[in-house]
Design a protein around this ligand. Structure first.
Ligand SMILES: *Cc1c(COP(=O)(O)O)cnc(C)c1O
Length: 289
């Protein structure tokens, strides 16, 4: 089986003028490079779900996501590799033209079913799940985003596969918070300090581990300022970011640097959790990469 190649997850040092000025170091863990389709944190989140699937002899996977979902495309690719029949339950009515993400998922062999937003909101309701599986016990329900305990366990391995000694801070993006919780559980000493940057609204504002001010209006929302940052950051570092998660994450870090959030000597590690395929939702020419 061809798994994502974790040896490609390099630690790239960011060289921008502010860092020298404030005596800081910043490294980016490039999980976006481990696989062209199953990128970033999605592989880690899928790993133990797939193990469960095989261990208990399930026959099929049903999962959930939106039309540009990184999880849908990663699941489609992983199921293709492992010869697992899979269905993606997609949020919203069937559009006249499928998104590039969904077209690719179909090409990889995923069967798609479109469900109304209302039905979609019941995606964890046992009654609803019984209905969509027709009571079949050999269908593995993979939660949206690969969340749940297997997703957290796998996400924790993001930092056990990396030497995190010597960093003062680790930054990661937060969607369902599966990755964040998985990493948090592995940092027993509280050092490095883990900081999550939610990509959507609705997270508690008093959690010292979350910076809730960088959602840019909500999930998949963005502003010209964010796009400008993503283009500048790419020019300065050669690192492409995605508009839903890692653009906001890296914007937050740069913003914090200029606001004296860090102490001289601090060493920052940010986790590039992938997701670049989602940039195909933007109008061509918006991004320079
Ligand atoms: C899914 C995703 C996240 C969010 O991960 P959660 O575990 O849901 O918090 C962050 N970054 C990227 C690029 C993603 O695709």
């Amino acid at each position: 089986m061809i798994y994502p190649d974790l040896s490609r997850a390099t630690l790239q040092r960011v060289e921008i003028a502010e860092l020298e000025k404030y005596k800081l170091e910043w490294y980016v863990l490039r999980l976006d490079l481990i696989h062209p389709v199953i990128s970033g944190n999605k592989w880690f989140k899928l790993k133990y779900h797939l193990q469960e699937f095989h261990k208990h002899d399930y026959k099929k996977i049903i999962t959930f996501g939106g039309p540009w979902s990184n999880h849908i495309i990663a699941t489609a690719a992983a199921c293709r590799q492992q010869h697992i029949p899979c269905t993606g339950m997609i949020r919203g009515e069937k559009p006249d033209f499928l998104s590039e993400t969904l077209l690719q998922a179909v090409e990889l062999g995923m069967h798609l079913e479109f469900i109304s937003r209302e039905a979609y909101s019941k995606k964890t309701d046992p009654e609803f799940l019984r209905k969509i599986t027709g009571g079949q016990k050999d269908i593995y329900i993979l939660p949206e985003g690969g969340s749940g305990e297997p997703g957290e366990k796998g996400s924790g391995e993001i930092i056990t596969e990396t030497d995190i000694n010597g960093y003062s801070h680790i930054f990661c993006s937060v969607g369902t918070a599966t990755m964040f919780n998985g990493i948090k559980a592995r940092i027993k000493t509280g050092i490095p300090r883990l900081i999550g940057v939610p990509a959507l609204k609705g997270f508690p504002e008093n959690d010292p581990h979350l910076l809730t001010g960088y959602h840019f209006g909500g999930y998949a929302k963005y502003t010209d300022e964010l796009i400008q940052f993503m283009n500048d950051f790419y020019l300065q570092t050669g690192i492409p970011t995605d508009v839903v998660y890692t653009g906001k994450l890296h914007f937050a870090i740069r913003d914090l640097i200029s606001k004296y959030f860090f102490q001289p000597g601090d060493r920052i590690l940010s986790i590039h959790s992938g997701g670049l395929q989602g940039n195909r939702s933007l109008q061509k020419g918006t991004l320079i990469f």
